[in-house]
Design a protein around this ligand. Structure first.
Ligand code: TRP
Length: 331
């Protein structure tokens, strides 16, 4: 590894089919980071266990997620792509960091509170400890930069606090990672029928979500049904017009245009026409992505090679961190 480039880490949980929210908020930006950073992209399958118990869909989901990474332009020769569960050092560091994290800190995590409501019958300890495993993912590779959606900012703050605490007690060991949130608008795509909550791949109401594998018909249906307001004037204001602002966000992010330029283009357009144009644009983008996706998805031996090689590369770095930390702690 050429150490002149900063190390960037990111991951997605394979807990269902990815949505345009995941795409816009993270993997769309991943390929362009490859020239300036050493990129390490993980598929966080251990995290997925916190909410996910269906083994065969987890297996599908892992490979689907990998194929979306590849379709979005992540190059396995340039970046390390690996499955979290194939690098056991994540669990080793996880235990150690458990001992440097306070119960009170975890109790304050907004995502834990939200998920405890959604999964009220399964508030397992994994759900509670989730941010420590995430900190382990990041700190294991001495990451400089972590690419996250806005909703993960609190988790990254925790990782930074754990790293600081550890360094304070034992001398400088961990790098303190910075967050990188790609774009202030696009980082959080909201649910189509309820634009005050995040678009989530585990939402039970599929009309809230555009999945990356949705066909043209369902994209049109879902965009048509999406909630707006009665003003019929297009401009961005996420407080007073959350619905239309969310749609503008989706348009601007997928087209990689500035949201204010997009606002100007559609200033005089009706909601109905805007929705039509937005649905056309989304389905065109998805069909290009899906073509690549199916190409990779049909090549299982290739996928397996990528994961084996990725795990081999990740382990080399991770093992060094574990050896150093074991020495430091007298283990
Ligand atoms: N929790 C992240 C999410 O749901 C996924 C994730 C797991 C992650 N480990 C990470 C993201 C480490 C960044 C860094 O989006």
């Amino acid at each position: 590894m050429n150490l002149l480039k900063p190390i960037l880490f990111s991951a997605v949980q394979p807990s269902g089919t990815l949505t345009i929210g995941n795409y816009i908020g993270s993997i769309l930006h991943w390929s362009s980071m490859q020239t300036t950073h050493h990129c390490i992209y993980s598929i966080a399958d251990l995290h997925a266990l916190t909410v996910f118990k269906n083994i065969s869909s987890l297996q599908q989901s892992k490979l689907d997620t990998l194929c979306f990474y590849l379709s979005a332009g992540i190059n396995p020769k340039q970046s390390i792509i690996f499955l979290q569960s194939q690098v056991h050092q994540h669990c080793q560091l996880n235990w150690i960091l458990n001992c440097y994290t306070y119960f009170g800190e975890l109790k304050r995590m907004v995502q834990f509170k939200q998920k405890s409501k959604i999964y009220a019958k399964n508030i397992n300890s994994g759900l509670f400890n989730y941010p420590i495993l995430m900190s382990s993912d990041i700190l294991l590779y001495q990451s400089n930069v972590v690419l996250i959606g806005k909703d993960q900012k609190q988790h990254l703050e925790l990782a930074r606090n754990i790293a600081h605490r550890f360094n304070f007690l034992h001398g400088k060991f961990f790098n303190i990672p910075d967050s990188y949130i790609p774009n202030k608008y696009s980082c959080k795509i909201m649910a189509l029928l309820n634009p005050t909550i995040k678009m989530s791949k585990t939402d039970v109401n599929h009309n809230n979500v555009i999945f990356l594998l949705d066909n043209k018909k369902s994209v049109f249906n879902k965009i048509n049904k999406s909630v707006t307001d009665s003003e019929n004037k297009i401009f961005y204001n996420s407080d007073t017009k959350p619905g239309i602002s969310n749609l503008l966000n989706i348009y601007a992010s997928l087209k990689r245009q500035n949201i204010h330029e997009v606002e100007k283009i559609f200033k005089k357009t009706s909601y109905k026409d805007f929705k039509y144009l937005l649905a056309c644009m989304i389905s065109n983008k998805l069909s290009v992505l899906q073509e690549k996706f199916h190409y990779f998805r049909n090549n299982l031996p290739y996928l397996k090679n990528i994961l084996d090689y990725g795990a081999y590369q990740a382990k080399k770095i991770a093992q060094k961190t574990i050896e150093n930390i074991y020495n430091l702690l007298g283990l």
